[in-house]
Design a protein around this ligand. Structure first.
Ligand code: SAM
Ligand code: SF4
Length: 384
């Protein structure tokens, strides 16, 4: 795993002049080289990038932020990704799966608090029991909410048949990060076996699109061995794939993972944070009408990280609705925030911060990806 030690990574690998940043920002389409230049912007250049992204965001999707109540359904996972704290190889984690009642209660909380959408996220499992269980839960949530809750799934790679079954049971958005669009880097981040193939991930994303899901993907930013050129490639991958939604955030190390041994290769966390903001800002400029999440990992580095992401391009936020008793066992990375706050406490502090960031909350709105709506006008069934 993780062979080689030749990597170049710095938030700013060499000083980029402000004129070059200004001129590059004027272009209609960014080349890979342009993106590397913009990703390397220093503080002054970064400010210009963020201003432009904020302007594009306001014009394309406005000030509204949509809430997706995050339900971390289970940390049982058949996979062993080298970066993730809940990988199957980490025997120090107590495994859990939420009961149906707990999931329904969290969904009801979302509904009653006007979130309008939830995300069910968890480890990747392929058993018939799991597939069936998720299908049944989807039907129960649809019934309980009388179809008013939008449901996003984030349950890893599955067969086309499973994706279709869950779609038919009521899920309509799916988040599956590509993690990195560079196949060589992907191989350094995953075990070399049939369960962790880059090609399978690509096929899964294609299947989701074909079935009719709104497809979200994303990458981790600041990984060991990752370069600015890789990140530029990721942005171009999103555009070429024509994604509907994105969720990106800084990579954060976890002691009980194989990647931890490379921690000395990492840039400081604050640089990973700024690089993540630049990725959000650039993606907003490149794809003005998609949904972009302000991710929890942003908040791990900067307590106001999610609000800052909203200011430079993000328009979706995922308040955590997982029962507190499970949260310490869903630690994908160290220092994950809000692990001891109940959902209503999380929500109150979040609301105030969103208004302070100059945004409004799209209460009771599904807030589907505008890009998806434009591509598929007949498929949208905006509830409630
Ligand atoms: N198992 C599903 C999957 O992998 O798509 C969904 C859950 S998984 C925990 C969600 C995301 O967490 C992954 O796509 C990955 O990008 C992110 N993640 C895992 N470990 C991380 C880490 N150490 N730092 C930042 N993000 C991490
Ligand atoms: Fe499992 Fe997802 Fe973590 Fe990989 S990232 S080990 S698939 S939970």
């Amino acid at each position: 795993m993780c062979p080689g030690n030749s990597f170049i990574f710095a938030e700013k690998s060499k000083s980029v002049s402000i004129e070059l940043i200004q001129n590059t920002l004027l272009k209609d389409n960014f080349s890979r080289e342009d993106l590397v230049i913009l990703l390397g912007a220093d503080e002054e250049g970064r400010k210009l990038l963020f201003e432009k992204a904020a302007q594009v965001k306001n014009e394309a999707v406005g000030k509204k932020v949509y809430f997706r109540g995050l339900i971390e359904y289970s940390n049982r996972c058949a996979k062993n990704c080298y970066y993730c704290g809940v990988r199957s190889g980490n025997k120090k984690v107590a495994r859990y799966r939420m009961t149906d009642d707990e999931v329904l209660e969290a969904a009801r909380f979302a509904l009653e608090n006007h979130f309008a959408s939830i995300v069910i996220q968890g480890g990747e499992l392929f058993t018939q029991e799991h597939i069936q269980k998720i299908g049944e839960l989807l039907l129960k949530i649809k019934e309980m909410s009388q179809g008013r809750l939008g449901i996003t799934l984030s349950l890893g790679e599955q067969t086309e048949e499973t994706f279709r079954y869950w779609f038919e049971c009521g899920a309509h958005r799916y988040l599956l990060r590509i993690e990195t669009s560079n196949p060589d880097l992907y191989r350094k981040l995953h075990p070399a076996n049939i369960l962790h193939r880059f090609e399978t991930r690509l096929k899964a994303l294609e299947d989701l699109k074909k079935i009719g899901y709104q497809v979200g993907t994303g990458v981790m930013i600041g990984l060991p061995f990752q370069t600015l050129d890789d990140l530029a490639g990721d942005l171009l991958f999103f555009k070429n794939f024509d994604i509907d939604m994105a969720g990106m955030g800084p990579y954060i190390e976890h002691e009980e993972t194989p990647l931890y041994q490379y921690r000395q290769l990492l840039m400081p966390r604050i640089n990973r944070f700024y690089l993540s903001l630049k990725m959000v800002a650039l993606l907003r400029i490149m794809m003005p009408d998609i949904n972009i999440a302000a991710t929890t990992a942003m908040q791990t580095i900067d307590p106001q990280g999610r609000e800052k992401a909203l200011m430079v391009g993000a328009n979706v936020i995922m308040p955590n609705l997982t029962p507190v008793k499970y949260r310490e066992n869903y630690l994908l990375y160290q220092d994950k925030p809000c692990i001891d706050e109940e959902a209503d406490e999380c929500q109150r502090c979040l609301e105030a911060r969103i208004y302070m960031a100059g945004c409004e909350i799209g209460w009771d709105e599904w807030g589907d990806s505008l890009r998806f709506k434009r591509k598929n006008p007949s498929q949208i069934n905006e509830k409630p």
